[in-house]
Design a protein. Structure first.
Length: 474
């Protein structure tokens, strides 16, 4: 038996398939006379991939035989395993980063001309990719690089253009592109490290957000964000040194706040986990007891008990199931209330701690303001004597016209700094209180929804049992 060589589906193949497998007899004659609209076989209307955002569980997607010119719109479809974009007008391999589970990719009969695009598909991005189809693209005509380059670079694929990879051919490709492969491996290592660093930074940022302190490290910059006078005065070299010391002192306290916030985040997270675990354990225990009672009733029902016994048992089951749920509600409500008191205490304690730290920051600002006044008076005397560099800007000179001008500028700077400190503390307080309120509301709403659903389930179950009993009586 001769083996059929796999090939890419194309228009002529479709016509041959219709001819070989099409209608026979009278229907076949009619088809031959009237003709078969082969154009309708190819869906040639789609020009852009869109509208798939909500299909997050999509595993297989076939958009072959269209007029798609660009791969896009698939960022949410991260579970796709098999993707066919054959017979389109695609020019580049791109925008598939989220499809890390991709195993099969068909891009046959497109307009791919850049052979280096295969680097995009390397294992670091698509570790599961095993089958790739590029046949029918201009890159296939690059006899110097195709198929050796794809085989060398894509070391994990097992099939290329529907053919199992020839190990000897791959070895030839690896030998030819040894330097490129080594460079690719080095780039992948760098990319992995960059990815790990980005993930770590993202995690650290999220931890700071959850700890309510993500904005705190920016406090020094916030102080000078609206401080026009301070930014101008700080251009004087001697004052720059004073400001650097001031910055160091502010950042030191801010770091302390962040570190303490992260420590307390761990404590809060542990308490939240304990609450959830305790709640789930209570629910599981109640469900087990309820299921035992239902099983007892079903056993009685299967034993063909009398309607009178079943009716009595249903009433008992109603009371017992409701009692279990009521007891569970009371236990969970008490647990939530106890947690709320403790959670509120934790939040209040943290706010008390940060209040003390912000007081330190205000004291540092006050001392800095005093130092700035002293140093600015020294600078004022230099300006009066015209003993200053010629390259000082006009803005700087305008702040040192006289004592009153300097004093007003420093007062404006001090006010801007105090406002920034107040804003930072207010933001932290608001985040803590908002989180406390939103989390407690979330856990209470979740329990209320669960309880209502449970009562409804009990009522529906008992109605079902009663209806079955009445049907038996009839």
């Amino acid at each position: 038996m001769s083996q059929v060589e796999p090939d890419v589906i194309c228009h002529s193949m479709l016509k041959q398939a219709v001819h070989d497998q099409g209608p026979r007899g009278e229907a076949g004659k009619i088809a031959e006379e009237e003709g078969i609209p082969f154009g309708s076989i190819d869906n040639n209307k789609i020009e852009q991939i869109q509208g798939l955002e909500k299909l997050v569980n999509l595993v297989w997607l076939d958009l072959s035989f269209n007029k798609i010119s660009k791969i896009e719109g698939l960022s949410n479809n991260t579970k796709i395993v098999d993707l066919s974009l054959a017979n389109n007008e695609i020019e580049r391999i791109e925008n598939l980063d989220g499809l890390t589970e991709l195993q099969t990719l068909s891009l046959s009969n497109n307009n791919l001309t850049v052979i280096n695009d295969v680097f995009y598909l390397r294992p670091i991005r698509f570790p599961a990719l095993r089958s790739l189809v590029l046949k029918g693209n201009p890159v296939e005509n690059d006899e110097e690089n195709y198929p050796l380059m794809p085989l060398a670079i894509l070391s994990e694929i097992s099939f290329l253009d529907f053919k199992m990879v020839d190990s000897a051919l791959r070895e030839k490709g690896l030998e030819k592109y040894e330097i490129k492969c080594l460079e690719t491996k080095d780039n992948e290592i760098k990319e992995i490290k960059m990815g790990e660093k980005a993930e770590q930074e993202a995690k650290e940022k999220q931890d700071r957000v959850n700890a309510f302190v993500n904005h705190v490290p920016q406090l020094f910059d916030l102080m000078y964000e609206e401080d026009v006078d301070g930014n101008i005065i700080n251009q004087i070299p001697e004052i720059m040194e004073v400001v650097e010391n001031f910055k160091e002192s502010i950042n030191k306290v801010c770091t302390t706040i962040v570190e303490e916030g992260l420590v307390r985040l761990k404590t809060r997270t542990a308490e939240i986990d304990d609450l959830i675990e305790s709640r789930n354990a209570a629910i599981d225990n109640a469900n087990t007891r309820a299921q035992h009672l239902v099983d007892e009733f079903l056993a009685l029902q299967e034993a063909n008990a009398s309607s009178e016994d079943l009716s009595k048992k249903i009433d008992e089951l109603d009371n017992e199931l409701m009692e279990i749920e009521i007891t569970l509600n009371e236990k969970i409500d008490e647990t939530i209330k106890e947690f709320e008191r403790y959670f509120s205490d934790m939040c209040a304690s943290f706010l008390e701690y940060t209040s003390g730290q912000y007081t330190k920051i205000r004291e540092i600002q006050a001392l800095h303001n005093e130092r700035m006044q002293e140093d600015s008076q020294v600078q004022l005397e230099r300006f009066i004597k015209n003993d200053v560099p010629d390259d000082f800007s006009e803005e700087v000179r305008m702040r040192f016209v006289d004592k009153e001008t300097v004093t007003n500028a420093l007062a404006s700077s001090h006010d801007a700094h105090m406002l920034a400190i107040d804003t930072s503390e207010d933001m932290l307080n608001a985040q803590v209180n908002s989180k406390r309120e939103s989390f407690m509301k979330m856990i209470q709403d979740k329990e209320l929804t669960r309880s209502r659903c449970r009562y409804k389930e009990i009522a529906n179950l008992l109605d079902h049992f009663r209806e079955e009993m009445y049907n038996l009586e009839d």
